[in-house]
Design a protein around this ligand. Structure first.
Ligand SMILES: [Fe+2]
Length: 285
C-alpha cells in the first residue's frame, strides 16, 4: 500500500558532498556520478577511491536527514564495474550497523542505504529501479548503442537513471560560451516506448549537468490508456563540475490509479539561488 512520500532528488555530486544541501525528507535519491572527480578512475580494491568511499561518502550518506538513501552509479563511477564492488560496499555498511544503532533515526546504515545497479528496491509500497546506463562510449556502464540497457522492469514507480532522455531539452547542455548541444538519449525513449505499461511515474536523471531542470510530463499511449511519467534532470552541477542547482523535492500522494505530485527546489541554503527554478509545480499523473 503506497503512502505519501517525500523524495529529495539529486545527481552528479562528483565527490563534492558538503556543497549538496539536502532537507529533511523520507527518501534521498542520487542518480549517479558520486565518485570524487580526481580519483574516479582508481578502481583498485582498497585504493584511494575506496578509502574516500569509506571515510567520506558512507558517513555522508548515513548523516542525511531521511529514512532511506537510494543511489545508483553513473559513467564516472568506474569502480562500480568491478565485480567485487557491491558486496564490498554492503559489507562496509554492515560493519557500521552496531556503531550507528543509537543514532537519532535509529536506522542501521545497511537498512538506510540502498545501492541499485540494474536492480530494484521497494519502500513504502513504491518500487524503485536503478539504471546506471548512459550513451557515452568508453565510460562506465555505457549502453554501447544497446537500447535494451534502459528497459524498465514491470511495476516500477520511480526510475533512477543516469542518462537524460532526449525530451524537452532535459538532455541539452548549456556551455559557458552560450552554445548548446542536445545529448539527450533516443535509446532511453525507445526503451520506454517499447513497453508503455512499464513507464515509471517518476524518472530522475542527471549526467547532462545543465540540461533543462524543469520537471516535464511525458505521456505514452497504449490500448486507449495514457501512461504518464514526470521526468526531471536533478544534476546539481554545471558543465564545469561546480555547484549550480539545488536538490529537488517531490511529494507523491496516491490518488485513485495515479498520483498527485508537488515539486519544488530545496530552500536557498547552498551556493547559489536560482529564482526561476524556485517555484512549486503541481501535477496529477
Ligand atoms: Fe555522468
Amino acid at each position: 500500500m503506497k503512502e505519501k512520500l517525500h523524495i529529495v532528488a539529486l545527481s552528479d555530486p562528483h565527490g563534492r558532498l558538503k556543497f549538496t544541501y539536502v532537507p529533511k525528507c523520507d527518501v534521498v535519491t542520487i542518480s549517479g556520478d558520486f565518485s570524487a572527480l580526481r580519483s574516479d578512475r582508481q578502481v583498485e580494491y582498497d585504493g584511494a577511491l575506496c578509502k574516500w568511499i569509506t571515510s567520506k561518502f558512507i558517513p555522508w550518506l548515513v548523516s542525511l536527514p531521511c529514512e532511506r538513501v537510494i543511489f545508483i552509479p553513473g559513467n564516472h563511477d568506474f569502480i562500480t564495474e568491478q565485480g567485487w564492488f557491491e558486496q564490498w560496499f554492503n559489507e562496509k555498511l554492515k560493519a557500521l550497523d552496531d556503531y550507528y544503532l543509537g543514532s537519532s533515526e535509529g536506522i542501521k546504515p545497511s537498512e538506510k542505504i540502498k545501492y541499485l545497479c540494474y536492480s530494484t528496491y521497494e519502500y513504502k509500497g513504491y518500487k524503485f529501479y536503478g539504471c546506471p546506463a548512459s550513451d557515452i562510449m568508453n565510460w562506465a556502464w555505457s549502453t554501447n548503442g544497446d537500447y535494451t540497457k534502459y528497459k524498465v522492469p514491470e511495476g516500477t514507480d520511480i526510475m533512477l537513471v543516469h542518462q537524460a532522455p532526449d525530451w524537452m531539452d532535459l538532455g541539452t547542455s548549456h556551455f559557458p560560451d552560450g552554445t548548446t548541444h542536445n545529448f539527450g538519449s533516443h535509446l532511453l525513449l525507445n526503451a520506454l516506448a517499447d513497453e508503455p505499461k512499464n513507464l515509471p511515474s517518476l524518472l530522475l536523471c542527471g549526467h547532462i549537468h545543465t540540461g533543462n531542470h524543469m520537471p516535464i510530463v511525458y505521456d505514452l499511449y497504449e490500448d486507449s490508456k495514457t501512461h504518464s511519467c514526470i521526468m526531471a534532470n536533478v544534476s546539481t552541477k554545471n558543465e564545469g563540475y561546480t555547484e549550480y542547482f539545488y536538490s529537488r523535492n517531490f511529494v507523491l500522494e496516491p490518488v485513485g490509479d495515479g498520483f498527485y505530485v508537488e515539486t519544488w527546489v530545496s530552500p536557498a541554503e547552498g551556493p547559489r539561488e536560482i529564482e526561476e527554478y524556485n517555484c512549486r509545480e503541481q501535477f496529477i499523473i
